[in-house]
Write a protein that binds this ligand. Structure first.
Ligand code: C5P
Length: 221
């Protein structure tokens, strides 16, 4: 499924500090392909334009990887929201829908993006993939003492791609706030955010254990 008015933003400017491999995480290779290339490959079927927010100093290197005119590269920001805001600025006004997808969730299948987009086409303005949480989640204070145990049945682990109408995502980023995902900024505006069933393959590659999972997935241990 492809829709003529859909752009994708790939925030890829994270340092990958938690992975500890010394290069930006998006450029880590698995089976000869960077996480960024795999993320772009898996989502490109739904979009006519892809905007990558590149790690500082790596813009030119990334432009050399993606030479097709349908891929733009912008400078990433200091925080994730700033990277998304920088990318949003270069999306031409004809685009109606935008999916924001972490480079680190490189194995998210195309089908997940299709389901997110399908909800937008049916009239939702904000759609995010969610998985039930299996662990009990607790809120702790600055001294690591438990202050709350939210009811697990009301909790979800949220993934990307997250889908929005371009208008709604622009409103959300106009506030200049930062959050760990775009849906949080949209919720702050009081706009309903719909969850759909997520996908274990959309796991965020963050730690060495995630990298091992990814290498096993592609049969490279
Ligand atoms: O840091 P976190 O794991 O939440 O990053 C999620 C995604 O946001 C990653 O793909 C990362 O490259 C991206 N990011 C970014 N700009 C930043 C920080 C993170 O594009 N300043």
């Amino acid at each position: 499924m492809s829709h003529a008015d859909t752009a994708v933003i790939i925030p890829a400017a994270g340092s990958g500090e938690r992975l500890g491999v010394g290069i930006p995480k998006a450029l880590v290779e698995i089976s000869g392909q960077t996480l960024l290339e795999r993320a772009v490959q898996n989502i490109s079927a739904v979009a006519q334009l892809i905007v990558i927010a590149a790690p500082p100093g790596f813009e030119e290197e990334i432009k050399k990887i993606f030479t097709e005119p349908s891929v733009l590269v912008v400078a990433g920001g200091r925080v994730r929201s700033e990277s998304v805001a920088n990318a949003l600025k270069v999306i031409p006004s004809k685009y109606q829908y935008v999916l924001v997808h972490d480079a680190a969730r490189a194995f998210a299948p195309t089908e997940l993006a299709e389901r997110v987009l399908s909800e937008l086409i049916q009239g939702q303005s904000a759609v995010i993939p969610a998985l039930d949480v299996v662990d009990t989640i607790k809120v702790v204070d600055a001294e690591d003492f438990v202050v709350d145990t939210p009811n697990r049945s009301t909790l979800r682990a949220i993934q990307t791609p997250q889908g929005f109408t371009v208008d709604v995502l622009k409103q959300a980023h106009a506030t200049g706030s930062d959050a760990t995902d775009d849906a949080a900024l949209v919720s702050q505006l009081g706009i309903p955010v719909k969850t759909i069933i997520g996908e274990p393959l959309a796991r965020k590659i963050t730690t060495l254990a995630d990298l091992t999972w990814a290498r096993e997935l592609v049969g490279q241990s």
